[in-house]
Design a protein around this ligand. Structure first.
Ligand SMILES: [Zn+2]
Length: 61
């Protein structure tokens, strides 16, 4: 449920870029996570973070 996951629940300002190994992105579960929110206990990849920043909470169809 990635869309719901990003739908206003997460604030990109809570995410910090980190250099430690985070594993897979929690949203797409495909790419390598590079942003981490301690608050949300969530890791995001570049792409999902960018979408969050742009407020694209609803993807395609
Ligand atoms: Zn992702």
């Amino acid at each position: 449920m990635p869309q719901e996951f990003l739908s206003g629940v997460l604030d990109h300002r809570e995410f910090l870029r980190v250099k430690v190994e985070l594993g897979r992105c929690d949203v797409c579960n495909t790419k390598k996570a590079v942003y981490r929110s301690h608050e949300a206990q969530t890791s995001l990849c570049e792409g999902c973070y960018a979408r969050l920043v742009r407020g694209e909470t609803r993807g395609r169809g």
